[in-house]
Unconditional design. Structure first.
Length: 321
């Protein structure tokens, strides 16, 4: 019997096919003959004790001019599925949280939801990295201007970023003697109403920000290294970074070993960590990217590795592994 899969994602008509990791997953599911359904978070609802979804069967092809076709949507009980991939991009707002509650009830009903909805809800991508002090640089998390200024004075130079940001948005580099540092902190904290993280600047940022993908806690053997554009701090591809692939270093593998038990305990089956130099900077759990670039540069099929892991776990009771 074919595996019944649903993918919760942003509008499929808006994705960038050549670099979209969710699209790589859809292609692999189709290759395996899985019955694949598409829906957005707004299509999920709770009615009389059942979590329902308005889903549409989807077929895909690797064609940037015509990549997805949807059948007429129907309403079904999501507990009738085998697997749900939660691939909605941030913002991580209250609507996202409400969706995780509904998906958690589906998980309790026997469906494998990846990543685990409770862990999506409880694992902030910036703060989670601080659980592994031996892997990180000095940092402070605050919305208090004085606390942030003291940190920058101590370390001379820092990167300041919001806890709920993505794609390099609202990331600032700040020096202790920057005449605009007051403006930077006012903007970053929205005048003291938003908590941010400040991290000591890692000088090796010029050599690139490594995205390492982990499946079931095990790293893919190559990292996607994003090299910042000339004069730019941020290496995100969305901000003009240049991608290249590199084999994992001994330090990279060591960092992966440190976080592996916690990833497995939280059932974070597909994760992307960011490493600059020798240091872990973020652990991305919502909708990690990098699959298509690494597949193309290294001859991999990362989605296949993920789905192999999923198939092995489908006979396990959710919440027990």
């Amino acid at each position: 019997m074919s595996i019944k899969l649903a993918v919760v994602m942003d509008p499929v008509e808006n994705i960038a096919v050549r670099k979209d990791s969710t699209f790589a997953m859809l292609l692999e599911a189709q290759r395996r003959g899985w019955l694949t359904h598409y829906l957005q978070p707004s299509d999920i609802f709770l009615q009389d004790g059942a979590v329902m979804g308005r889903t549409a069967r989807i077929t895909v092809q690797d064609d940037p001019g015509d990549w997805a076709r949807l059948e007429a949507s129907t309403v079904q009980d999501l507990c009738e599925l085998d697997v749900i991939l939660m691939r909605k991009d941030p913002p991580f707002d209250m609507e996202y949280i409400y969706t995780t509650f509904l998906l958690e009830w589906v998980q309790q009903g026997g469906v494998r939801v990846i990543n685990h909805p409770a862990s999506l809800r409880n694992t902030n991508e910036k703060l989670f990295a601080t659980c592994f002090a031996e892997c990180t640089v000095p940092y402070v998390v605050s919305r208090n201007r004085q606390a942030l200024e003291r940190f920058v004075d101590t370390h001379q130079e820092a990167v300041v970023k919001p806890l709920d940001g993505m794609a390099g948005d609202l990331v600032f580099r700040m020096r202790h003697d920057d005449p605009n540092r007051g403006v930077i902190l006012e903007t970053a904290t929205q005048h003291g109403t938003r908590t941010v993280m400040a991290q000591k600047l890692i000088a090796e940022y010029r050599e690139g920000d490594k995205r390492i993908l982990l499946i079931g806690g095990e790293p893919v053997p190559h990292a996607l290294v994003r090299i910042p554009a000339e004069g730019e701090l941020r290496a995100n591809l969305a901000k003009g970074g240049t991608p290249k692939a590199a084999a994992l270093s001994e330090r990279d593998r060591w960092i992966c070993e440190q976080i592996k038990p916690e990833l497995q305990a939280r059932q974070l089956d597909f994760v992307g960590i960011d490493v600059i130099g020798d240091y872990l900077t973020e652990i991305n759990v919502t909708s990690p990217t990098g699959i298509r670039e690494l597949d193309k540069m290294c001859g991999l099929n990362i989605a296949a590795t993920l789905f192999d892991t999923i198939e092995k776990r489908l006979d396990q009771t959710p919440g027990t592994d």
